[in-house]
Design a protein around this ligand. Structure first.
Ligand code: ATP
Ligand code: MG
Length: 262
């Protein structure tokens, strides 16, 4: 890949939680239009890496660059710079409607904090948003098959909440989307919908970091796959080479089926 195609780069990333070393000497690169699959067993450090990149957690050491500029500061700042994420356990405003949660994503890139946006939503100031935002949000809902925009988020199934989180991230029109187990709890149509969105974001030339335990699903979507084991990168390369690698067998040794390792 030419250097100018590099979107995101991380070097020497370290993260400790007390005595637990969650990440150690992690290097990561993500190019334009690339889907990077991140796999590894429970507790390997996948979510921690997403947290450190998105700014939800602060790394103890290491550097991150987005389009060659140092990436630092809180998650809200990084959202404005073009990072959007979903959470392993959806973090949506349950007392807002589907449309309002999508709108939170839409304006997260512009407002100081999503919290401020949620507050203003309750105060009615929400609807002073640009009418274009409404159109974008409705188009995203259509794309994801999220009908009934006026439904309360707390009434959605887990699969629908995951879809909505992907929609909220999409509404930010990010350069980089970080998806932490977006398929978990979704039925087949939810999985297909999210996979379609991932491919669309890729076609737009953005980058996606996709975390999931389903190695088959990740490898079917990813251009490159990184295997994380006990906080370090055990393999980084072609998805089929990753699956066939001794590192993969080693990490999942003892598991009868590496494709459903957990
Ligand atoms: N907030 C936290 N406080 C303390 N320890 C944490 C915290 N978050 C993660 N850890 C620890 O860091 C390590 C990496 O956890 P992480 O959640 O990143 O793994 P993961 O690969 O996402 O696992 P899973 O597949 O189960 O989601 C684990 O040992 C975990 O217990
Ligand atoms: Mg995790």
């Amino acid at each position: 890949m030419p250097p100018e195609a590099l979107l995101l780069q991380g070097q020497g990333i370290e993260k400790r939680y007390g005595g637990v070393v969650a990440l150690s000497q992690v290097q990561i690169r993500l190019y334009r239009g690339e889907i990077l699959g991140l796999v590894g067993p429970n507790g390997a450090g996948k979510t921690t890496l997403v947290d450190v990149i998105s700014g939800t957690q602060r790394a103890n050491a290491g550097s991150l660059e987005l389009l060659g500029n140092r990436l630092h500061g809180p998650a809200s700042r990084r959202s404005r710079l073009g990072l959007a994420r979903t959470f392993q356990y959806p973090q949506l405003a349950l007392d807002l409607t589907v449309e309002q949660n999508l709108m939170v994503g839409r304006v997260a890139g512009r407002h100081r904090s999503a919290f401020g946006m949620i507050t203003s939503a309750f105060l009615g100031a929400f609807w002073r948003a640009d009418p274009e935002d409404g159109r974008v949000v409705r188009a995203i809902a259509d794309e994801l098959g999220l009908d009934h925009l006026e439904r309360m988020t707390r009434d959605l199934t887990l699969g629908e909440q995951r879809l909505l989180e992907v929609g909220r991230a999409l509404a930010q029109e990010p350069l980089v989307m970080l998806l932490d187990e977006p398929f978990a709890g979704s039925d087949a149509s939810g999985v297909a919908g999210i996979a379609d969105v991932i491919r669309t974001v890729q076609e737009r030339g953005h980058g996606i970091i996709l975390v999931d335990h389903n190695v088959d699903l990740v490898s079917s979507l990813a251009d490159r796959m990184m295997l994380i084991d006990r906080g370090t990168v055990a393999f980084d390369g072609d998805p089929s080479d990753c699956i066939a690698s001794p590192e993969m067998r080693q990490v999942y040794f003892g598991s009868e089926d590496i494709h459903r390792a957990t």
